[in-house]
Ligand binder design. Structure first.
Ligand SMILES: NC(=O)CC[C@H](N)C(=O)O
Length: 347
């Protein structure tokens, strides 16, 4: 008898060990990152997903709040080969069910071969296989979480570094990682963090030098208001975006997005810059991608699968990245992105 069960799309149930009790459901995705579990678990882009790790030991260096990317854990459940007590206790205190002692190599290769899948989890002393299957039954497709922005965004505008000497940045918070704000503040910017559904008038009230669309969870097509704001401001104010931000900006400017098989999640995704031919290592966490760039030029691509990693429009002053230049966690190769986008405010 097990005290935890993981039910995956198709109806298979895998036995596991309960590490934080409860029942939960979400889209099961894997990350290949071998460090950065605190940052990943607090990344709002994982909202409504269940995160599994291909790296077998999660928690080796403890849990420290200074490494958090937001004020709570976002995946709805966690699956690992082995979780340390530190991480298990943290997840239990956050009411996020977690399980370990199962073959995550098999799970990860299954997702790689068949794509991201729906998943139900039941963990705790009295749970049954049926409890996990019931969760699986209720699991929605990511694109059907149509108001996911409201689950992760600030309720009202919040200003960081109010007296900064640099640019005024309006950051539309679709589920922003804290280190994006930090990266801008470190460069003297004043960052006005606006709710995901901010209107063009809300942005006008800030009178920004740069409009920045953040990362965020789910399907970029569910962030229509952010796309409307982009449409309004393109050509008027320099524009930047990271991850979901790139996708929203492409959608707003005549492009399109689509769901990937299993996405990119890890800290060693190689990206080639088509203008300089330089390759950088990047941190990534996304399940959708830009299919058509619309009015933007593809300036960077993923070396593994040629998907667009960077989009630019020099005339309109727009630079976007699919990966995470803020590098929390991950390699620092692309921190210069923040200098490049702020340089657009000086033109
Ligand atoms: N990190 C992100 O911003 C993720 C973007 C989007 N939710 C995706 O899965 O593609």
């Amino acid at each position: 008898m097990s005290d935890a069960y993981v039910a995956i799309e198709g109806g298979r149930v895998i036995e596991a060990r309960a590490r934080a009790p409860g029942t939960t459901r979400g889209e099961l995705v894997f990350t290949t990152a071998y460090t950065g579990y605190e940052e990943s678990l607090t990344d709002p882009s994982y909202e409504e997903q269940i995160l599994t790790f291909s790296y077998p030991l999660i928690g080796n260096y403890g849990v420290r709040e200074e490494r958090f990317e937001s004020d709570r854990v976002h995946p709805r459940g966690v699956v690992a080969r082995e979780l340390t007590d530190d991480v298990a206790e943290w997840l239990e205190s956050e009411d996020v069910p977690a399980v370990d002692h199962l073959d995550t190599r098999e799970l990860v290769t299954g997702i790689r071969d068949e794509g991201a899948m729906k998943c139900g989890i039941a963990a705790g002393p009295d749970v049954t296989e049926q409890d996990a299957l019931d969760q699986l039954d209720q699991c929605k497709h990511m694109s059907d979480h149509t108001d996911i922005g409201s689950q992760v965004s600030v309720g009202e505008t919040t200003v960081y570094n109010e007296d900064g000497d640099g640019a005024d940045v309006a950051l539309v918070d679709c589920g922003a990682k804290g280190s994006i704000v930090d990266s801008l503040v470190e460069r003297d910017a004043t960052v006005h963090v606006l709710p995901y559904n901010a209107t063009a008038d809300d942005v006008a009230a800030v009178d920004p030098d740069l409009l920045f669309i953040s990362n965020g969870p789910g399907d970029p097509q569910n962030f229509e208001q952010a796309a409307e704001v982009v449409d309004e401001y393109a050509g008027e104010t320099p524009l930047a975006g990271i991850c979901l931000g790139q996708q929203v900006i492409a959608n707003a400017l005549g492009g399109s997005t689509e769901k990937m098989e299993f996405g990119h999640r890890g800290v060693n995704q190689p990206v080639r810059d088509l203008r300089t031919d330089q390759v950088v290592m990047t941190t990534q966490n996304h399940g959708y991608t830009v299919a058509e760039p619309g009015d933007l030029e593809v300036t960077q691509i993923n070396v593994n699968d040629d998907t667009p990693e960077g989009l630019e429009n020099d005339d309109l002053d727009i630079i976007t990245r699919q990966y995470h230049p803020e590098a929390h966690p991950g390699p620092h190769d692309s921190l210069g992105f923040f200098d490049d986008v702020l340089a657009m405010t000086e033109n």
